[in-house]
Design a protein around this ligand. Structure first.
Ligand SMILES: NC(=O)C1=CN([C@@H]2O[C@H](COP(=O)(O)OP(=O)(O)OC[C@H]3O[C@@H](n4cnc5c(N)ncnc54)[C@H](OP(=O)(O)O)[C@@H]3O)[C@@H](O)[C@H]2O)C=CC1
Ligand SMILES: O=C(O)[C@@H]1CCC=N1
Length: 272
C-alpha cells in the first residue's frame, strides 16, 4: 500500500495541532488534507502548512485513507450523516470528539466502519500531548498502528481496552491542562499578593510547573516522594502542604474530575 492519506474534517485547534505534528515528523504535506466551513481558516492552513484544503467534507471522505473527525461534539452527527457513501474503501475513521461513542459513530457512518475513538489534549500543539485511544472490533492491527502513528506525532498515546474509560481519560488528560493553567493563575496571583511584580510571579510559576513536570516525568520515584523531598521538616513547604490538606485539596480535585467525567458521559447520552 502507498503511504496513507489523512483527511481532517474540522480544521480548528486540535486538527491544526495534529497537522503541525505530522508535518514536523516528516509526513509529506501532499498526504494531508483538511476541510472546514471557515474559508479563511482553510486559506491560512494551506499557506502555513502547505496542505490541500477543501470546503467539501465529502471530497476528503472519498479520497482519504484515514478520516480524522475534529469538529465539536454538537455538530458531529450532522457532519457524519452528510458524508457520502460509499467512502474510500478500507477507510479508518478516527474521532477526537469528547463524549461521542463508537456506537453513535457507527450508526451515523455505517456499521461496517472501522473506528478509533481518541481523546488528545492541547499540549499536542507543542508536541507534548497525551492521548487515550480505543479501537472498535473492526479495526485491523495495521490500522491501529496507523492511528497510533498519527497521535504519536504530537506526543504519546495509550490504548484502552474499554471504551467507557474514555470518560476518565477526558477528566484526567483531556481537560487536565486547564486544571494546571488554573493552578498557575492562582499561584501567580498569590505571588503578586506577596509583593512580587506580576511578570516575575508568572515566570517563577510557569518555570516551576515546567521543572516539576519534567522532574516527575523523568524520575524513578513517584510524585509523592518528590513532594516529600521538597518538604523540609518544620520548613516552609510543610506549612503550605498542611494548609492544602486542611482545605482538602485531594477531595477538591477528585470532585472536579468526577464532574468532568460525568459531563463526558452526559454528552454521550445527549448526543447519541
Ligand atoms: N480543545 C481541547 O482541549 C480538546 C478538544 N477535543 C475535541 O476536539 C474537537 C475539536 O475541538 P477544537 O479543535 O478545540 O474545536 P474548534 O472549534 O477549534 O475546531 C472545530 C472546527 O470545525 C469547524 N466546523 C464546524 N462545523 C463544521 C462542518 N460542518 N464541517 C467542517 N468543519 C466544521 C469549526 O468551524 P467554526 O468555528 O466556523 O464553527 C472549527 O473550525 C471537539 O470535538 C473536542 O471535543 C478533544 C480533546 C481536547
Ligand atoms: O472541554 C471539553 O469538552 C474538551 C474535551 C476535553 C478538553 N476540552
Amino acid at each position: 500500500m502507498t503511504a496513507p492519506t489523512i483527511g481532517f474534517i474540522g480544521a480548528g485547534n486540535m486538527a491544526s495541532s495534529l497537522i503541525g505534528g505530522l508535518l514536523q515528523q516528516g509526513v509529506e504535506a501532499s498526504r494531508i488534507m483538511a476541510s472546514d466551513l471557515n474559508e479563511q481558516q482553510l486559506a491560512d492552513l494551506a499557506r502555513q502548512a502547505g496542505i490541500r484544503t477543501s470546503s467539501d467534507n465529502g471530497e476528503l471522505a472519498r479520497e482519504c485513507d484515514v478520516l480524522v473527525l475534529a469538529v465539536k461534539p454538537q455538530v458531529m452527527r450532522a457532519v457524519c450523516q452528510a458524508l457520502p457513501r460509499p467512502r474510500k474503501p478500507g477507510q479508518l475513521v478516527i474521532s477526537i470528539a469528547a463524549g461521542i461513542t463508537c456506537a453513535s459513530l457507527a450508526r451515523w457512518l455505517g456499521e461496517d466502519t472501522p473506528l478509533v475513538r481518541c481523546m488528545p489534549n492541547t499540549p499536542a500543539l507543542r508536541g507534548r500531548g497525551v492521548s487515550g485511544l480505543y479501537a472498535s472490533d473492526l479495526v485491523s492491527a495495521q490500522q491501529k498502528a496507523l492511528a497510533e502513528d498519527i497521535l504519536n506525532a504530537v506526543g504519546i498515546s495509550l490504548w484502552l481496552e474499554q471504551e467507557d474509560l474514555i470518560h476518565a481519560v477526558t477528566a484526567v488528560s483531556g481537560s487536565g491542562p486547564a486544571y494546571f493553567f488554573y493552578l498557575m493563575e492562582a499561584m501567580t496571583d498569590a505571588g503578586v499578593q506577596l509583593g512580587l511584580p506580576r511578570d516575575v510571579a508568572e515566570r517563577l510559576t510557569l518555570h516551576t510547573a515546567l521543572g516539576a513536570a519534567d522532574m516527575a516525568v523523568h524520575s524513578d520515584v513517584d510524585p509523592a516522594e518528590l513532594r516529600r523531598r521538597v518538604t523540609s521538616p518544620n520548613g516552609t513547604t510543610e506549612q503550605a502542604i498542611k494548609s492544602f490538606t486542611k482545605d482538602d485539596l485531594p477531595g477538591m480535585v477528585a470532585r472536579a474530575m468526577e464532574a468532568a467525567a460525568e459531563r463526558s458521559a452526559d454528552l454521550s447520552r445527549e448526543l447519541a
